[in-house]
Ligand binder design. Structure first.
Ligand code: GLY
Ligand code: MN
Ligand code: MN
Length: 439
């Protein structure tokens, strides 16, 4: 019986990248993790690994670099911090090269202190370097120094790589189609953020402050094991909902206003991204319900357009058509649907796109076009569906709609049959929201 060794999803991704490198002529890839960032004086922001590095390693410590060497015997090598008992007493466990090699399945691991000298050796006589030039100027300088160190040995017969590939282009293609491990984590992130939105709906009442509602999210995220919010939550009462990236979250919530909340969490690096809009007092007014149901209908049309073979813009176009008709019906705009779409007058009330890729980054890696055409959707791709309608006051705008801002956002996975909504258990029909808020 042929028993295959079990390898982690991270090892599988390294092997997949090494294969792609080999097909493209071979070479060496250098993928550093993110630096620690100082917040003020000697206090750091919470540490978050670089998404590409995390995708390929799962290794959680800063000051680490992955090196992949393509060839008949592909190799993956980690450079990381040494074990240091004094530092571990203050700041916690470090794997050290030997521990990291064993726990994460690298072929070799070395001290990060050896990296610069070893890199020049590793690059010598290789056909290509795979690196994300331009992402971090300190790293660009470090890589340039290593290349120049190889070039300085030309007369000893050493050759520096003649080709530079942006490794992100290849990794972005890989990250665009999620594997089973990624989908499980995205399902967890969606489930936890959904629970937080339900909690917020039950907590919200006139007189509470936006930041108090935000605190409910942070509590639920951490309580359920999410490490961080996936982005700064937007908790926008009343007119604040018409500020797309409102993050002050410091005003009191008013009876009769809507509350728009865009909040998602991260589980082991993977994001969810959910928006719900609901009435502060638990009951939609007539005009609020009109706008809300329009956005909900647009979202349903967009989701119905998601299936393999559709292109990235199909859901957006479906949403825009419904929104344009609705804006005419609500007397926000004049003219025919086709004119409103052609002249883009709808953008006064709906000025963003309906979708973006979702994954390790909330606005995830991956090209949106393939050549001139919008990208075809494939099973395993994950995207948001988030139409909205934001109505600022204006002399030509019916006053009943002033300051109403609605967005409804769900996370969707393309499947062989169509799509799965990952955020399915977060209420969005008016009756379901009102029933939950009445509890
Ligand atoms: N929360 C960011 C976005 O919806 O794109
Ligand atoms: Mn989004
Ligand atoms: Mn969002």
């Amino acid at each position: 019986m042929n028993i295959l060794p079990r390898i982690s999803p991270f090892q599988q991704r390294r092997l997949s990248l090494l294969d792609r490198m080999q097909v493209a002529g071979g070479g060496v890839a250098v993928i550093p993790t993110a630096p620690e960032r100082i917040r003020n004086r000697d206090t750091s922001f919470p540490y978050r690994a670089d998404s590409y590095f995390h995708y390929l390693t799962g290794f959680p410590e800063p000051e680490a670099v992955l090196v992949l060497i393509a060839g008949d015997q592909p190799q993956s090598m980690l450079f990381c911090r040494d074990k240091d008992i004094d530092k571990e007493i203050w700041d916690g466990f470090r794997y050290g090269p030997a521990g990291a090699c064993e726990a994460f399945g690298f072929d070799a691991a070395h001290s990060i202190k050896e990296f610069d000298a070893k890199l020049a050796e590793l690059l010598a006589d290789q056909p290509a370097l795979w690196f994300s030039l331009g992402h971090d100027s300190a790293w660009d300088a470090r890589i340039t120094a290593a290349l120049n160190a190889v070039r300085a040995q030309t007369r000893s017969g050493k050759r520096a790589p003649a080709v530079l590939h942006d490794v992100r282009a290849t990794l972005d293609e890989m990250r665009l189609v999620k594997d089973g491990h990624e989908i499980t984590l995205m399902q967890q992130a969606a489930r936890i953020a959904g629970a937080a939105h339900r909690r917020a709906m039950q907590f919200t009442a006139p007189g509470k402050f936006e930041h108090e509602v935000e605190a409910e999210f942070l509590h639920e995220f951490r309580r359920q094991g999410s490490q961080y919010p996936a982005y700064t939550p937007i908790v926008a009462g009343g007119a604040n909902a018409c500020v797309l990236h409102y993050v002050d979250n410091n005003r009191a919530l008013k009876d009769g206003d809507l509350l728009l909340i865009d909040a998602g969490c991260e589980v082991d690096g993977y994001a969810s991204d959910i928006t719900r809009t609901f009435p502060v007092n638990g009951r939609f007014s007539g005009p609020q319900a009109d706008v809300y149901d329009l956005v909900l209908e647009a979202q349903a049309a967009a989701i119905a357009a998601i299936q393999p073979g559709a292109n990235f813009l199909d859901p957006h176009n479906a949403a825009v058509r419904i929104l344009a008709q609705g804006m005419i019906d609500l007397k926000l705009l004049e003219g025919s649907v086709d004119t409103v779409i052609e002249t883009e007058t709808y953008k006064r009330f709906y000025m963003h796109r309906t979708s973006h890729w979702l994954g390790l980054d909330v606005h995830d890696a991956g090209e949106y076009r393939s050549g001139e055409a919008w990208r075809a959707l494939l099973p395993g791709m994950a995207l948001t569906v988030e139409p909205g309608c934001y109505i600022r006051p204006g002399d030509d705008v019916p006053e009943a709609f002033w300051n109403i801002g609605v967005r409804i956002e769900d996370d969707v996975l393309v499947t062989a049959e169509g799509c799965d909504i990952l955020t399915i258990d977060t209420p969005k029909k008016i009756a379901a929201i009102e029933a939950l808020m009445a509890k």
